[in-house]
Design a protein around this ligand. Structure first.
Ligand code: CMP
Length: 139
């Protein structure tokens, strides 16, 4: 089934000049970019995006980190895009991520883990319109 998922290249990755490398991996895996933007979130915007984690002990630190520098938000489209993106990313903690995954290759720690990806159709349905309107999505 063709799906769409939200991918974010996080503030730790942008200064490492690996945006192109990450996008190349997605494209090589037949995940097509149908919308893309670079922006610097405010802390309030980062809190709103990660609202689902508001009760977690790492919430404040996560919002501070995600608003610490520019990010690249993208919508990826392809067969099983949600699970395919998650397996390409690897486990949340880069130390536990499988070899060859984006987080294993470029991650620093559980917070500086390079990329975010929607974890379910429900989260994609919240996260895609958080960044993009219908008009931004290429058909
Ligand atoms: P992400 O996939 O973007 O979803 C929530 C993020 O919270 C997660 O990646 C991690 O970067 C971050 N995070 C920070 N600390 C933790 C933690 N202890 N457990 C899980 N996620 C954490």
């Amino acid at each position: 089934m063709v799906e769409r998922t939200l991918s974010i290249i996080k503030p730790d990755a942008v200064p490492k000049n690996i945006i192109g490398e990450i996008i190349k991996r997605f494209e090589t895996a037949q995940l097509k970019i149908v919308a893309i933007q670079m922006r610097h979130l405010s802390k309030k915007e980062a809190e709103a995006f990660y609202y689902v984690h508001r009760e977690r002990p790492f919430f404040d630190s996560l919002a501070t980190f995600m608003s610490s520098g520019p990010i690249v938000a993208m919508v990826l489209e392809g067969e099983q895009a949600i699970s395919k993106n998650r397996s390409m990313m690897g486990a949340t903690d880069p130390k536990k991520a499988d070899k060859g995954t984006i987080r294993a290759d470029f991650g620093g720690g559980i917070e500086t883990n390079v990329v975010h990806g929607s974890d379910s159709p429900a989260s994609a349905a919240f996260e895609i319109p958080f960044f993009f309107s219908q008009l931004d999505l290429v058909r």
